[in-house]
Design a protein around this ligand. Structure first.
Ligand code: SF4
Length: 339
């Protein structure tokens, strides 16, 4: 895996949302939605991003694609033509060109498709803006895409309401694939679906990945889905990346106490592996007013004096295993499996 070529390498990504006073509209603070995050994705791999609701994972995905304007950072992306561009520095035209190679699949297959448009126009829309194809050529391409995602190409005149949730998500995937991207952000792409349909859509995404050599950033709060689909996993907490490593390392031997707590809540099929669930005390901190030092210290059962005073550096403790914890070297934490 490590020998694969880099597709996306983002460093120091920040997205702050300003807070203004209600009367004078003065800038009085910021919500630190994404705060100094490093991520990378290699060719053909899936980086899972996991964390509680509000931890900044969706904002990170949107900032990387520049669906929202990032506050700071560098996002080097290797386009299909081999050129490396900093997505955060592109002008409008360059961004439109680069967007062919970077797409997004949204969470809600009901809300993300325009109910007044037929499927041919929904899937063909990116091609109308990003290619020189004629109307007839776009229709042919839409038929190919419907076939690719397992839908009947003869249904291209239908409206979204004629399809089930799983079929609508396939339509969303076909639309994302229309411009032959190489990198796709899947934002809670299966969360709104029934479990059996989730499995079908995940299988489809995996088949498409190997068929088209796609790279995914797969954002989810569901650890089982993340474990199933990811080659590597990043764990976010209050806008920070606290741990990032191979899926195997994250699930078997986490180095961050927050990851350990998340894993302890993951359902396990084998009762012999049943273990204590770590109950986190207190609320998730407000990203507009995070705690001093390590953001996790008010809830961490391993905290020591330094934790409330100094923010731990995010560092590569073992090859490919990054963590931000003062005590990562000395702690032995539980993963999902016990040896
Ligand atoms: Fe816990 Fe301290 Fe590590 Fe933060 S730095 S996770 S408080 S041990």
């Amino acid at each position: 895996m490590e020998r694969r070529k880099m597709v996306l390498d983002a460093k120091g990504v920040k997205k702050y949302f300003p807070i203004t006073s209600s009367f004078f509209k003065r800038h009085v603070g910021d919500v630190y939605a994404v705060d100094d995050v490093d991520v990378y994705v290699r060719e053909g791999e899936t980086l899972g991003i996991v964390g509680e609701s509000g931890c900044g994972k969706t904002t990170l995905g949107r900032a990387i694609l520049r669906v929202i304007q990032p506050t700071e950072g560098v996002c080097n992306f290797v386009r299909r033509d081999g050129e490396t561009v900093d997505v955060f520095q592109l002008n409008e035209n360059q961004l439109r060109e680069t967007r062919r190679d970077m797409q997004m699949i949204f969470q809600d297959p009901y809300a993300s498709l325009n109910p007044r448009m037929i499927i041919r126009d929904i899937i063909g829309e990116p091609l109308r803006y990003n290619s020189n194809l004629s109307g007839a050529e776009i229709t042919e391409r839409v038929k190919e895409l419907l076939d690719l995602v397992g839908l009947n190409p003869r249904h291209l005149e239908r409206y979204p309401h004629a399809f089930s949730g799983g079929q609508r998500q396939r339509i969303g995937i076909a639309r994302a694939l229309a411009t032959t991207p190489r990198f796709i952000v899947c934002d809670e792409a299966v969360s709104a679906l029934d479990v059996s349909v989730q499995a079908q859509v995940i299988n489809l995404l995996q088949r498409l990945q190997s068929q088209l050599n796609l790279s995914y950033m797969f954002i989810s709060h569901d650890l089982s889905v993340i474990q199933h689909i990811s080659d590597r996993v990043g764990v976010m907490y209050v806008g920070k990346m606290v741990e990032q490593a191979s899926s195997e390392d994250i699930f078997r031997r986490p180095l961050h106490p927050y990851t350990e707590a998340l894993l302890s809540a993951k359902p396990i099929a084998d009762p012999r592996l049943k273990k204590e669930k770590i109950l986190l005390e207190g609320e998730t901190p407000n990203p507009a007013n995070p705690p001093s030092g390590c953001y996790f210290h008010p809830r961490c059962r391993y905290k020591c004096d330094v934790c409330a005073k100094e923010r731990p550096a995010y560092r590569e403790l073992e090859k490919g295993h990054f963590v931000a914890c003062h005590r990562a070297e000395e702690l032995t934490l539980d993963g999902v499996y016990r040896n």
